[in-house]
Structure formats: structure tokens, C-alpha cells
Design a protein around this ligand. Structure first.
Ligand code: PFF
Length: 449
């Protein structure tokens, strides 16, 4: 049997895992949440959630992956044979594939904007024209699908090349590019006249806004942003060599992910404040508000291209990681070649993306629980499957996995200190499962703080 793939270098490990973490969630979700929920105070709560909850759970996923050296579902069959724990893997495979269905559509919108900016077609005469154009594009049947198709091909070209030559190499090129673009933007943003006002919105700590709901949102954002609970980190962990120290890797990835989220805010708020436009949440922020602002800037097309390439790269490294969960699973469990496995999963994602994309046009009235397909796949994967996967994962690693194995796995080639091990285990055993139950009850509306 051929030897299992591994990331070749430690830098590659960081680039690929940060690539998974940094995505559209950092660009349109984090900055606005911070601004709305107490600015600097939210930031402090968010940082605490990442450290107390995020990093320990990342370590738990990495450890399962590296110990078993196989895909998300296979991993738990190896570690906990004759039990049902492998359901954690199936939840991850299902959730990541469903997320891809709508994530690919949004990523497609990003590519359309790069294309329109290159053609100098992005900026209308007024804010209303930009908003109308976005609406027209979204509700068109074919146009968004063309870009989804292009993205599926790009994803195929990267992922079918394998772990080292595909995922690692692409991440090594794309992640530095992403940071460079972000720094250029931030440099420009902080020299604008409205910079102070924008930065105050983001950083001014308003502790009166912090309540239970805000803490839960911060926890949810930490899960989403660090790609926890989807089997991604189990799959990537299975490609780590033994010289990779898991807590150190989790820490580095979490810091870089936070840095991108914060810098995205540092770039967006001064720009919107300077041009007198109030920031909006969700897709409208990047597809309506920002083009509106770019239109008022010197060399609008250049800034728009730079921004949408940035968003596209962030999205692409995340879609690769979401795809890898299912591809690793079917290629290993059904003994398929990587190319064949990639084609099968991409075809499934293509069908889901078509359904998601058409939710804005011909299928907009096809609803279940009052949600169209796009909304349903988001709700079901991010609000139900993700917390469920995270919860079962923390119970398995905290209460079932052999503690000696877990401790040895954390350190890899080196020993980790007993204090660090105890802290990580405490979080996985108690803090994580309890917090996840609260998040779940709150987002499903069963319980409101
Ligand atoms: N972490 C990435 C992001 O923040 O966009 C990718 C991602 C992971 C998206 C998990 C959605 C998700 F539920």
C-alpha cells in the first residue's frame, strides 16, 4: 500500500490550516459582529472564547486525526472500534458538504465582482444602481452558475493534485498573498480622514453591551471561524508529521485567524466611515456597501479587484479544506483514486450549489420550515450539525479517549507540560460541552438569554 500523504513542512501545516480558518466568516461576519456587540469589549470576549474553547477543541480534532492517520469517519473507527463514535465523522462529512453548497455560491459572486471590476462595469451612478445590479445578478438563473462551475474546476485542479502538491502548495502561495493585500488595504484605510471614527467603532470597549447573548455569539463565531466540528481539523491533523506540536499549531492558527478578522475590521470601518456610508451585515457588506465606497475612491477598479481577489483567495483555501473531508473519506473507505474521489464529491457539491444558487430565482418559493434551500443548508449545517459534531467530539476526547494517548499525541515528538495538558483537558471535558449546549439551545431558539 502506498504511504499516506503528509504536509511536507511545518510552514505548510500552518498555511493550510490558517487557509481553512480564514474565510468569508472573517471578512463579513466578524467585523460587523464586533462593531455591533460592544467593539473592544466583544473583542476581549472573543479572544477569551478562542483561547479557552477554540484552541483546546482544535487540539482534540488534530489529535484524533494524527493518532489514527485516516479520514474523519475512519479515524473514530480506528480509535473506538465496535462503538458508534464514528458518527462524529459522518456528521462532519455531511456538514462540510452542505456548507460547500452555499459557500461555493457566495464565492462565485466574489468571482463575478472581480470580472466586473476588470471590465470596469462595477460602479453605477448611485448606491441604488449598485444594489439593484447585485439583486439582478443574484436572481439571474445562469450567470451565478457559470462562476460556480469555474470555481469547481479551480478546486478540482488544486485538490486532485493531492495533499502536498495540491493543498499545501496552493496554500503556501495564496496565504502570503492574502496577508499582503490585507496590509496594503489597512495601510490605506488608517490614513483616511475618518479612520479614527471607524477604529473607535471597532475597538472602543463598551462593556455595557456584553450580555449572555453576546458571549454566545462570540463562541459561535469562534467555532465557525476556526472550522471546528466539521472534521476538517481531524482530516488535516491526519496529514501532520510527528514533529508538529498540536497546541502550538492551534495557538498559531488561532492568532493568525484573529489577526485577519481584526485587520478586516481595520480595513472596512475607516473606509466606510470616511465615505459616510454605514456598514451592513452579511453579503450586502461586501457586495453592496464596499463597491459603493470603492466607487468614491481614487482608482476604484484597482481597489475593487484587490479586495475581491482577497475575498476569493480566502474563500478558496476554505472550500479546499471543506472538500478534503469528504474526498479523504471516500477515497480511503471506498479505495478510490484521488482524482475519481474528487470528481464524485465535486459533482455532489455542484448539485447542491445549483440548488442553493437557484434559491434566489426559480426555486425561491420552494421552502421547508419556511427556509429556501440556501437558508436551510446554512441553518442545518452551521446551527445543528456543527454544534452536534463539536459536542460529541468533546465528549469523546474528554471522557472516552485514552488519556495517555491524548497527552502523547498533543506533544508529538516532544513532551507537553502537565499544566498545559490539564488545562486543555479541563476545557474539553467541562467548558466545551456545556458551552456548546448553551450555544445550541440559544441559536435554535429553544432557550434565550
Ligand atoms: N472558517 C472558514 C470561514 O470562516 O469562512 C470556513 C468555514 C468553516 C465556513 C465553517 C463555514 C463554516 F461553518
Amino acid at each position: 500500500m502506498s504511504e499516506r500523504a503528509q504536509f511536507a513542512t511545518k510552514l505548510g501545516v500552518i498555511a493550510a490550516t490558517v487557509g481553512s480558518a480564514v474565510g468569508l466568516g472573517n471578512i463579513w461576519r466578524f467585523p460587523y459582529m464586533a462593531g455591533e456587540n460592544g467593539g473592544g469589549a466583544f473583542l476581549i470576549v472573543y479572544i477569551c472564547c478562542v483561547i479557552v474553547l477554540g484552541i483546546p477543541l482544535m487540539c482534540a480534532e488534530f489529535a484524533i486525526g494524527r493518532k489514527s492517520r485516516t479520514n474523519a469517519a475512519g479515524a473514530l473507527k480506528v480509535l473506538a472500534p465496535k462503538s458508534q463514535w464514528h458518527i462524529i465523522g459522518y456528521i462532519g462529512i455531511l456538514a462540510s458538504t452542505l456548507i460547500l453548497g452555499y459557500y461555493m455560491v457566495i464565492a462565485g459572486w466574489v468571482v463575478e465582482y472581480i470580472y466586473q471590476a476588470i471590465k470596469d462595469n462595477l460602479f453605477g451612478d448611485s448606491a441604488t444602481t449598485i444594489a439593484n445590479n447585485f439583486e439582478l445578478f443574484k436572481t439571474d438563473v445562469w450567470r451565478p452558475l457559470v462562476w460556480v462551475g469555474a470555481l469547481l474546476v479551480i478546486n478540482y485542479l488544486i485538490i486532485s493534485r493531492g495533499v502536498t502538491k495540491g493543498i499545501e502548495k496552493a496554500s503556501n502561495i495564496m496565504m502570503p498573498m492574502l496577508f499582503v493585500i490585507l496590509l496594503i488595504f489597512c495601510g490605506y484605510a488608517i490614513t483616511l480622514p475618518g479612520a479614527k471614527e471607524g477604529l473607535t467603532y471597532l475597538f472602543n470597549p463598551d462593556f455595557s453591551k456584553i450580555d449572555g447573548g453576546v458571549v454566545l455569539s462570540a463562541m459561535g463565531q469562534a467555532f465557525f471561524s476556526l472550522s471546528i466540528g466539521l472534521g476538517i481539523l481531524i482530516t488535516y491533523g491526519s496529514y501532520f508529521k510527528r514533529n508538529v506540536n498540536l497546541p502550538k499549531t492551534g495557538f498559531t492558527v488561532a492568532i493568525l485567524d484573529m489577526l485577519v478578522a481584526i485587520l478586516a475590521g481595520v480595513m472596512i470601518f475607516p473606509i466606510t466611515a470616511s465615505f459616510g456610508i454605514s456598514p451592513t451585515q452579511g453579503p450586502d457588506l461586501i457586495f453592496v456597501t464596499l463597491p459603493n465606497v470603492f466607487g468614491k475612491m481614487f482608482m476604484p477598479n484597482m481597489w475593487a479587484i484587490l479586495f475581491f481577489v482577497f475575498a476569493g483567495v480566502a474563500a478558496l483555501t476554505s472550500t479546499i479544506s471543506l472538500l478534503e473531508v469528504a474526498i479523504a473519506y471516500i477515497s480511503e473507505e471506498f479505495k478510490l483514486s484521488r482524482k475519481r474521489a474528487s470528481i464524485i464529491i465535486l459533482l455532489i457539491v455542484a448539485v447542491l450549489s445549483v440548488l442553493s444558487s437557484l434559491s434566489f430565482s426559480v426555486l425561491s418559493e420552494v421552502k421547508l420550515f419556511d427556509m429556501n434551500f440556501f437558508e436551510l443548508s446554512d441553518y442545518f449545517s452551521a446551527n445543528i450539525l456543527l454544534p452536534l459534531g463539536g459536542f460529541l467530539l468533546s465528549v469523546y476526547v474528554g471522557w472516552r479517549m485514552k488519556k495517555r494517548d491524548f497527552k502523547l499525541e498533543l506533544g508529538g515528538n516532544t513532551q507537553i507540560s502537565t499544566i498545559l495538558y490539564t488545562l486543555i483537558l479541563f476545557s474539553i471535558r467541562f467548558i466545551a460541552p456545556i458551552s456548546i449546549i448553551f450555544i445550541f439551545l440559544s441559536i435554535t431558539g429553544i432557550f434565550n438569554i
